[in-house]
Design a protein around this ligand. Sequence first.
Ligand code: SF4
Length: 105
Amino acid sequence: MFDIYNMWKTHRIILPEAREMIINRCCDCRFFICIQGVQETRYGCVECIPQYCSLSTRVPNVIFVMDLMKMAGRDGLKKIMEKGNPGAQACEIWLPRVAPKKGPQ
Ligand code: SF4
């Protein structure tokens, strides 16, 4: 007889959206960037900045902290820095990085 309970016990279903979150880390995300300060460099997630989140502007790989402060403000910068762990599990907004354009050949 077909035992449906044992079938579910041995098979795991992962929804496609959940799969992206499970297998990826913040360091592979488009919104995870290097924030260049005066004395040190840190990482952060700029997903909360509307112009980057809407993808109307390309997300840079490195940005100066003062430029970021002008865009997000002091509280926004704090929020950006809180998500600065490269090994953290990706959230539902995760997007792959865009490969840099190749120059003329
Ligand atoms: S996965 Fe989510 S938290 Fe991590 S960098 Fe991307 S948008 Fe930010």
